[in-house]
Design a protein around this ligand. Structure first.
Ligand SMILES: CCCCCCCC/C=C\CCCCCCCC(=O)SCCNC(=O)CCNC(=O)[C@H](O)C(C)(C)COP(=O)(O)OP(=O)(O)OC[C@H]1O[C@@H](n2cnc3c(N)ncnc32)[C@H](O)[C@@H]1OP(=O)(O)O
Length: 176
């Protein structure tokens, strides 16, 4: 994992008492989500809670996900990291959106490989949530293919009803 630079004063948030237990699979947060939902051309990611403020996710790279022939598209791999880092909110119960996502591509990811992603919350300062992740090929201890750092910004639940659709008057549900 990259060494994460945290600003002075950042602290680790607490794991919410209702967070999924370590080992438990996380629910799909939205059925049409490109990352974890039933979306036909999506990633169909499966994510389970780890110890502390960590998550473990995986997805199978298919023909739908190509950039160059037989290789995963980089932007799509970044999407998988966005999903994983966003899902960390299920551990803290802090509603947040991606402000910044930095991805380092270290190894090509071929079609038919499974990418295993470990994501963690590194710290919180005000509304800013610092996160990072590492993606490995074909096994949880496989060769590192990508690393990423994400800055998530805490928002009120009205962010989703105000800017999205279908949630009018409901503000937000984790699993609508
Ligand atoms: C009981 C409920 C429990 C709920 C639990 C939830 C569980 C999780 C559930 C489900 C998982 C979902 C998984 C989703 C998949 C992946 C997530 C996505 O793809 S999200 C979509 C992409 N992202 C956007 O669409 C954002 C678009 N941008 C915005 O809406 C705004 O720019 C926003 C909200 C990010 C910030 O706007 P402002 O007006 O509210 O705030 P300002 O003042 O601009 O920023 C606040 C602080 O953050 C810094 N900041 C903001 N953006 C930054 C950036 N890009 N880089 C560096 N700093 C940034 C600013 O400098 C400021 O810092 P200073 O407080 O002054 O120190």
């Amino acid at each position: 994992m990259n060494k994460v630079e945290l600003p002075e004063g950042a602290t680790l948030p607490v794991r919410h008492p209702d967070a999924p237990a370590p080992g438990e699979e996380l629910p799909v947060h939205y059925s049409q989500c490109f990352g974890c939902g039933d979306n036909e051309s999506g990633l169909h990611m499966r994510v389970r809670a780890g110890e502390g403020l960590t998550l473990h996710g995986r997805f199978l790279v298919t023909d739908h996900h190509q950039g160059a022939p037989g290789l995963a598209h980089g932007g799509l791999l970044a999407c998988a990291f966005d999903e994983m880092l966003g899902m960390l909110g299920m551990l803290t119960h802090i509603p947040a959106v991606t402000g910044r996502l930095e991805t380092d591509f270290r190894r090509p990811v071929p079609v038919d490989s499974t990418l295993h992603i470990r994501a963690q919350v590194d710290g919180v300062l005000g509304r800013k949530i610092y996160t990072s992740a590492v993606g490995r090929l074909n096994a949880e201890d496989g060769p590192v293919a990508l690393t990423a750092q994400g800055l998530f910004i805490e928002v009120g639940l009205e962010h989703f009803s105000k800017h999205g659709r279908g949630l009018e008057g409901r503000d937000f549900e984790v699993n609508p």
